[in-house]
Design a protein around this ligand. Structure first.
Ligand SMILES: C[S@@+](CC[C@H](N)C(=O)[O-])C[C@H]1O[C@@H](n2cnc3c(N)ncnc32)[C@H](O)[C@@H]1O
Length: 391
């Protein structure tokens, strides 16, 4: 048992003895034991309020609580923030309590509770997801959250993080578990090559931008007619993208700040040329050629040659799923539950002897490349890929 699970169980046992004894007859009625991923411990009321405020919940939001306990987060979202809410829990007792609490608060018209497993719950309709689970459980949920939630949706967690998906905000709060609440904003998928034309007061030029994405972290470069310059001061918050670039134009460095809103394969915004003869604010309308990455990719990692193999990406319903078959025997097809796609940028983990290898990078129409890392990997190495015909 990991230390985080042990601490949670300890909290749950204390809560059971302090609060639960009074309700002992009701608890004893339970016949079916439920196997939970996380024990029941409720978020303190002050922390509930802080979580909903941090997520900026309004009457336009649909708030899901995955592992809703007695429904307090969903009920507070409906009562105090006028949002709609949906809670799921695997324990029937918790669902009964949630429905009672919704009735007491007079919000049954705006909230619903369901007896279900969070690992198979569809979250596409949510735009705020609240969780109080465990680091390990958050990690298992992470692919589903990033695949199903719309860009700009918020995920707020009492006490537990999401490993290398870094939070967009961290709130220290003494009533929160471990004194901390995390907030993530689901990033728009922007990996790929974007193109636009810029008409300044002096000239009309063509630009392109190559972006590589891992969660909300971006790197890349803007191409000007005779130079390529790296982007700096980059931020991606949901659909809002911003960065600067400093090309040399007519012997002078010109700083340009780009700001826009991403909608699928289009960005609309402004570019501010801060210095030089073309200084001024111009529209920034960029588009990206859609890229279909489904198919089979032969992956080569020269310094991890044991892991050379074939990555297969398939579309199922609205999601992209991946499997991996190593070249070396026994050549079994491994499902890759932690497969992420942001436009042409990808990230996947293949289990190896000890912990696992993380492949990050990007694909073009028929090639791919990136780096291999992992907890037990001292030095990052490279991988390349090329598209191969479907069998
Ligand atoms: C730490 S409690 C959080 C309760 C509530 N969200 C809150 O903050 O007060 C975790 C809840 O998740 C539920 N749970 C654990 N594993 C689950 C699973 N696989 N599917 C649905 N609910 C689960 C437990 O029954 C428990 O009520």
């Amino acid at each position: 048992m990991s230390p985080e699970v042990r601490r949670m169980w300890l909290g749950a046992i204390i809560a059971f003895w302090v609060v639960g004894l009074a309700a002992a007859p009701a608890l004893c009625e339970e016949t079916e034991p439920v196997e939970l991923d996380v024990p029941y411990v409720s978020t303190r009321p002050e922390a509930v309020e802080a979580m909903l405020k941090l997520a900026k919940v309004t009457s336009k939001d649909y708030v899901f609580d995955l592992g809703c306990g007695d429904g307090r987060i969903v009920v507070a979202a409906a009562k105090d923030f006028k949002a709609r809410g949906f809670g799921v829990d695997l324990d029937p007792q918790r669902i009964r309590e949630s429905n009672e609490n919704a009735t007491k608060a007079g919000v049954t018209d705006r909230v619903k509770f369901k007896l279900a497993d969070i690992m198979v719950t569809d979250v596409r309709e949510a735009n705020v997801v609240a969780i109080f689970l465990l680091n390990s459980v958050n990690l298992r949920l992470r692919p589903r959250l990033l695949d199903q939630l719309k860009p700009g949706s918020r995920v707020v967690s009492n006490g537990f993080h999401m490993a290398d998906w870094k939070p967009d905000k961290v709130l220290r709060h003494e009533e929160a578990y471990d004194g901390v609440i995390y907030l993530w904003v689901v990033p728009a998928p922007v990996g790929g090559t974007w193109q636009w034309k810029t008409k300044t007061s002096e000239a009309e030029i063509s630009n392109s931008l190559k972006l590589e994405q891992q969660f909300q972290a971006l790197s890349g470069a803007v191409r000007f007619p005779n130079q390529e310059v790296p982007i700096a001061e980059v931020s991606l918050a949901g659909k809002q993208i911003q960065f600067s670039a400093a090309p040399r134009i007519a012997e002078k460095e010109v700083k340009i700040v780009y700001q826009g809103t991403v909608e699928g394969d289009a960005i609309q915004g402004t570019q501010k040329w801060l210095t030089g003869p073309s200084a001024g604010t111009y529209p920034w309308t960029a588009s990206r050629q859609p890229l279909d990455i489904t198919g089979r990719w032969q992956v080569r990692a020269p310094e991890r040659a044991d892991n050379n193999g074939t990555l297969r990406i398939q579309r199922k319903d609205k999601s992209l799923l991946a499997t991996y078959v190593r070249d070396k025997k026994p050549q079994e097809e491994l499902a890759l539950p932690a497969f992420y796609v942001w436009g042409s940028s990808i990230r996947f983990e293949i289990p190896s002897d000890r912990t696992g290898l993380v492949f990050t990078g990007s694909l073009t129409a028929d090639t791919g490349s990136g780096t291999v890392s992992g907890d037990a990997v001292e030095k990052q190495t490279r991988w390349t890929a090329k598209r191969v015909a479907e069998k």
